[in-house]
Write a protein that binds this ligand. Structure first.
Ligand SMILES: *Cc1c(COP(=O)(O)O)cnc(C)c1O
Length: 695
């Protein structure tokens, strides 16, 4: 009891407050305070502090606190928390005149918050974390799904099966916002939306939930699951996110000036802004469209037209007809916003065309993807030459404090400085990375690798024979066919020779899920599993998620990425690996096309035809084997008298130095601020038409 009242505040409540600020996902000192309470339960709850605390209860927590290690961990957590919020970050209140609203259908923040499926969501999560670090005024909006994306199991035949489980909001690190209920139109009905709040450091994330008793069953089910394949259910979700999201911000008293649409899913946010402006300012449709547009920033993530959502005119009419009347836009005009050829009544509405025509700023997610996007979507600006198509790029980045191993963070703290994560890449202090002694960096890397191999033995779907001294190559990403997880299996005798080498042994760790509706992707997963079951030096780790990704990008030696060129818009896992000193071997696609330098990794030469995939697959597989055999494997096994690969370690240093700065989410958010948010805010301000923001 004495302990409990030490701070005049019950311990359980204090820990619950820590649990509800996702700062613990990138501040290991706070996470440690949960883990130490009951390490087994921590893993059993999938590292969910809210569930852990509710299972332990007041008594369990008090009992754990009798141990000195738990008390020390709590003191450490308190110090970390205070340090984070006492700092005045670079952008705090200073440079941004108005709030930015960030809309996304998924956010990957922690394994225990199942509202993401993969790269797009993790990117959005990293965006919020870096924004919090920088102190930019941003609020985010997404959906709360009752069921996660589905865990991956592998059946006896080696095929992927998805297992869904249900979550209750009260078990997640989020809190319900009481007294706020919003409505959005579904045809001539209205769906009621409850709002939950997740706290991502300084940044609030509002999650919309239609599982409200007052809704009929079909409307309650809208937010059941992420990425439903049926267009009807998908459009309902996009109505809730876009229209409901803008209304939720209003109901919460948060008027955003700039709206950032992460993918086209939230394009209806722009239409709702038009409706609002017309209603409150009596504007004509054209006036409202121009004013709304000034503040809209759109990021496209897909490098192929089929990656976008498409909706049939009949479906749009059924779900949005009455709403469009209220907005005062004709149905044809609305459909034309999303058509490649406006005026063609049979054409469906494509969310990417619609978002491009509604936004003032549009960007792709790497330099190369910006160029690809110009070609792909040029018809949104009929008559403009391709080079003038106004789609730019902001290259993605990853949140370094989240993705770097605590051990690497510690090295950077000691060599670069305690505020390493807040330094620009041009800061001379970064050069101290090259002073980290090889023996220190190498032994730390080997520790991380051994930890990964332990996890791999547990998560492996079959018996694995893993050896910490073998060159360990990782491949972890969604099993979409263009990512070619099976490229390496093209010549299995040649691969087997590499695996069985006594002198220079190599092993591979594969992980990844196929989208539940992606049959070819599932076939590729089955190929890899079948091969792995025969070959103990190739391991398939099931259920790729944020936690497993963390182990892989920290503990492998090499990170492999071999997509068909021009189809990987960015590919952020390679950035996570590179920042941990894991060397990239990749096709020059996405971020690697601009990140590659010979001193920090390798480029797999591309095939030449670009339009005969089978021929290019063959050539690129050959190029990959040759690169591994001639360059990568020999470099790894070139050791000095102490067994340290000096040349390799020098590449690790260069990789950390450049990738941790140039491909950080910090750099990405600052780029967004300079090229899109600030100019957007200025334009909106010039129009002076927003209802009283900031007085
Ligand atoms: C980083 C990440 C991704 C994205 O990786 P790509 O390289 O873009 O394929 C997907 N899933 C998880 C869990 C991640 O952490």
């Amino acid at each position: 009891m004495l302990e409990e009242l030490e701070h005049g505040y019950p311990l359980l409540e204090e820990l619950n407050d820590f649990a509800h600020d996702l700062l613990w996902t990138w501040e290991p000192r706070i996470e440690a305070a949960f883990r130490v309470l009951d390490p087994e339960r921590w893993e059993a709850t999938r590292q969910n502090p809210v569930l852990l605390l509710s299972q332990l209860g007041e008594e369990g927590v008090a009992k754990a606190m009798e141990r000195t290690d738990a008390r020390a961990a709590l003191d450490d957590a308190r110090a970390a928390y205070r340090q984070y919020y006492d700092r005045n970050p670079a952008f705090m209140n200073a440079k941004a005149p108005m709030v930015i609203g960030y809309f996304s259908l998924e956010f990957g923040l922690a394994e225990c918050l199942p509202i993401y499926s993969g790269g797009l969501g993790v990117l959005a999560g990293d965006h919020l974390k870096a924004t919090s670090d920088l102190g930019l005024p941003l609020v985010a909006v997404g959906l709360l799904y009752k069921q996660g994306f589905g865990r991956q199991e592998i059946d006896e035949g080696g095929r992927q099966v998805e297992v869904y489980s249900e979550h209750r909001g009260i078990d997640l690190p989020i809190r319900k916002v009481e007294g706020v209920e919003v409505e959005a139109p579904i045809g001539d009905r209205k769906v009621k939306i409850a709002v939950w709040r997740a706290q991502v450091g300084r940044v609030p994330l509002f999650l919309l939930d239609t599982d409200v008793e007052a809704n009929p069953p079909d409307l309650r089910a809208i937010t059941d699951r992420l990425y439903v394949p049926e267009p009807d259910r998908r459009l309902r979700q996009e109505i809730v996110l876009g229209i409901g999201g803008v209304r939720a911000l209003h109901a919460l008293g948060m008027v955003a000036g700039v709206y950032h649409l992460n993918e086209g899913h939230s394009f209806l946010c722009a239409i709702e802004r038009i409706r609002e402006l017309r209603a409150s300012r009596r504007m004509t449709l054209e006036e409202a469209r121009l004013v709304a547009r000034a503040g809209i920033v759109f990021t496209t993530h897909t490098p192929i037209a089929a990656g976008s959502d498409y909706f049939e005119p009949g479906l749009v009419w059924d779900l949005l007809g009455p709403y469009l009347k209220e907005v005062g836009i004709s149905f044809d005009r609305f459909m034309d916003l999303g058509r490649q050829r406006p005026g063609d009544p049979r054409e469906r509405l494509c969310t990417t065309y619609a978002a491009l025509r509604l936004a003032d700023q549009a960007v792709g997610v790497s330099r190369l993807h910006g160029t690809v996007s110009k070609r792909l979507w040029k018809d949104a600006w009929r008559g403009l030459p391709e080079v003038q198509v106004p789609i730019g790029s902001v290259t993605n980045g990853v949140h370094m404090p989240t993705w770097m191993a605590p051990e690497i963070r510690d090295l950077l703290r000691r060599y670069v400085g305690p505020d390493w994560w807040d330094l620009d890449g041009t800061d001379g202090r970064w050069e101290a990375v090259f002073e980290i002694p090889a023996a220190e960096l190498w032994s730390m890397h080997m520790d991380l690798k051994r930890r990964l191999l332990e996890v791999a033995r547990k998560r492996s779907e079959h018996t694995a024979d893993l050896d910490a001294s073998a060159l360990t190559i990782g491949f972890g990403r969604r099993f979409a066919p263009y990512k070619r997880a099976n490229l390496l299996l093209q010549d299995s005798p040649r691969l087997t020779k590499m695996l069985r080498s006594a002198k220079h042994p190599v092993q591979f760790l594969f992980a990844g899920k196929a989208h539940p509706a992606d049959q070819p992707g599932k076939d590729i997963a089955a190929d890899v599993v079948a091969f792995a079951r025969l070959q103990p030096r190739v391991v398939f780790l099931k259920d790729y998620d944020i936690e497993l990704a963390g182990h892989l990008v920290r503990g492998t030696d090499v990170w492999l990425n071999n997509p068909r060129r021009f189809l990987e818009a960015s590919g952020t896992s390679g950035m996570k690996a590179g920042a941990n000193g894991v060397l990239n071997v990749s096709i020059l696609d996405g971020w690697w096309d601009e990140g590659y330098r010979p001193e920090l990794g390798w480029a797999i030469p591309s095939g030449a035809t670009l339009d005969r995939p089978e021929v290019d697959d063959q050539a690129e597989a050959e190029n990959l084997y040759r690169l591994l055999e001639r360059d990568v494997v020999p470099a790894y096994f070139e050791r000095d008298e102490n067994g340290i690969p000096q040349r390799w370690v020098e590449m690790m240093r260069a990789s950390i130095r450049h990738i941790a700065t140039e491909f950080s989410a910090r750099r990405m958010v600052i780029d967004y601020f300079n090229t899109a948010y600030a100019p957007g805010a200025r334009r909106v301000e010039q129009l002076r038409l927003l209802p009283d923001w900031g007085g």
